[in-house]
Design a protein around this ligand. Structure first.
Ligand code: B12
Ligand code: SF4
Length: 456
């Protein structure tokens, strides 16, 4: 079948410099799923913000709906899959309305964190969406597409983690089992980018080595998304993929998309040592927590090409961090590890969050104090949003109906307009003060609560 896989992205400005500096890599998940579908002989096109930037001749303002109608007609698209996060769901709906306007016969499948967390009720509200894949998509996406191609609709009930409509009724099949062997899937192929990419090469790509995170922070939905404990790819399999990416795509930089790259520590060190043993010279970036890093890990990371590490500190107030569920985090550890990171010549990045329940000006002052002390190279500053599946969500006044309706894309924990204005000002202040250079991460998404009009 002719399939289009979309990573619905916020409209934003991209510059060619962002691409060269690796701030705008291709979306991992849709390219990875595309590689799997191609094994079943389907024709797959991927649409994400980098590809859109390339195919529209490096037009600065990237809007995925630009030229989408023509693309669907030219590529004779029959099925569209979208990877949907909760905040990107309205953009995904907008794109779905363009697609159905061109050809109402095209089947639209939603997968990713949002459908996984919110579930089959999305189909009650969204007539444009034909199928939901809840949970991991490696096996059931090809199963679904193959069943659609063969018009074998009876088979749908047997596919795990699927929701669809039949005779006006919503059917939800049995749960999908968590994938245990992540090594059996193909490496992610980026061919379609190369023909448009400047100098025909990609600068930066992402990979994951672990699925799931063993921690349970109260504002994060990871545990609910992945359910079972972390599952890891073998070190050999990860090294082979990195070698393939370096040799085939001549990439300069690898971003590890793992939520907590250095956990478990011994495995992360073994992976980095194995990478150092190969004759490939890449820059590496990862993200992790301050309490799962030690001197030896940092040494291995640097030796393997480590350029920068982002740590989820969130707040400088130990009281707030405890409320967040980051109980083993103490400020002494933050300072100790930050100093070590810099001593190893690795760029220090810190994620911060403002507007967490009960946060006071005194807590914010503590965040400023610790950042002054550790002097990171860059930070990101976010307003606390309430996402489905998190403990903060359970304790908030928001309900699943809020996420099913279309009136807003984000739900900040603080709701008063005055407080939100103040939080936005605080985020801007912190980013300007503690980031030496604007980065993709920090500039990624600054706004909240701005309803996007869904046109039918
Ligand atoms: C890396 C990352 C990013 C990177 C992506 C970079 C890149 N080049 O790929 C960047 C920085 C761009 C990013 C941005 C954002 N992110 Co983010 N991100 C992640 C992270 C850590 C890993 C994603 C990843 O690559 N996973 C590896 C792939 C292979 O696995 P997967 O995404 O889980 O997909 C599997 C299934 O979900 C399913 N699936 C996924 N998509 C689809 C699509 C179809 C059609 C099908 C059938 C199946 C399917 O199959 C996949 C394989 O099993 C996740 C955490 C996580 N646990 O996923 C957060 C996460 C996805 N991000 C999140 C958020 C909130 C955001 C932002 C909104 C943050 C912000 N405020 O700006 C933006 C939104 C971006 C957008 N357009 O939607 C949340 C989403 C929560 C929610 N309720 O939706 C997550 C889950 C973090 C968390 N724990 O809360 N992110
Ligand atoms: S915030 Fe990070 S460390 Fe905490 S549960 Fe989520 S992914 Fe894990």
């Amino acid at each position: 079948m002719n399939i289009l896989l979309i990573h619905p992205d916020f409209r934003r400005n991209i510059e060619i410099r962002d691409y060269w500096e690796g701030f705008n890599p291709p979306s991992l998940v849709v390219n990875y799923l595309a590689s799997i579908l191609k094994q079943y002989n389907h024709r797959v096109v991927v649409l994400d913000s980098l590809f859109q930037f390339f195919r529209t001749g490096f037009k600065r303002e990237v809007d995925l709906s630009d030229g989408l109608e023509d693309m669907i007609k030219e590529e004779k698209i029959e099925v569209v899959g979208m990877s949907v996060t909760s905040p990107s769901r309205l953009i995904a709906l907008n794109l779905a309305s363009v697609i159905k306007r061109v050809n109402p016969q095209i089947k639209i499948i939603w997968g990713g964190p949002h459908p996984t967390l919110v579930g089959e009720r999305i189909l009650e509200y969204e007539p444009l969406i034909d199928f939901l894949i809840l949970g991991e998509g490696e096996d059931n996406l090809p199963d679904l597409v193959n069943a659609l191609e063969e018009r074998d609709f009876k088979r749908l009930e047997k596919i795990g983690g699927l929701a669809f409509r039949r005779n006006g009724e919503i059917i939800r099949t049995h749960d999908n089992l968590s994938i245990q062997d992540l090594d059996i899937y193909p490496f992610t192929v980026y061919d379609q980018y190369i023909k448009f990419a400047p100098q025909k090469s990609l600068t930066t790509v992402s990979i994951t080595t672990v699925r799931g995170c063993p921690f349970y922070c109260n504002y994060c939905g990871s545990k609910v998304i992945y359910k079972s404990k972390s599952r890891m790819r073998s070190i050999e399999n990860v090294i082979q993929e990195i070698k393939y990416l370096a040799e085939e795509h001549k990439i300069k930089r690898i971003l590890f998309n793992d939520e907590t790259f250095s956990f478990p520590l011994d495995r992360a060190k073994a992976l980095l040592r194995a990478l150092s043993g190969e004759n490939i010279h890449l820059e590496l970036e990862c993200q992790t927590r301050f309490d799962v890093v030690d001197n030896e890990f940092l040494k291995c990371f640097k030796q393997a090409g480590g350029r920068s590490i982002f740590f989820g500190m969130e707040s400088g107030s130990e009281r707030i961090r405890e409320l967040m569920g980051k109980i083993s985090y103490i400020n002494n550890k933050v300072v100790e590890i930050s100093q070590l990171v810099k001593k190893h010549g690795i760029r220090l990045g810190i994620h911060t969050m403002f507007g967490y329940p009960t946060e006071t000006p005194e807590d914010i002052r503590k965040t400023e104090e610790i950042l002054e002390k550790v002097k990171p190279h860059e930070i990101t500053a976010h307003i606390t949003h309430v996402h489905p599946g998190t403990k903060v969500y359970k304790n908030s006044e928001y309900t699943i109906e809020d996420w099913l309706k279309r009136d807003r894309d984000f739900f900040p924990y603080e709701t008063s307009a005055r407080k939100l204005r103040e939080l936005r000002r605080i985020c801007n202040y912190f980013e300007q003060r503690f980031t030496s250079k604007r980065t993709e991460r920090s500039g990624f998404l600054r706004d909240f609560g701005s309803a996007i009009e869904v046109v039918y």
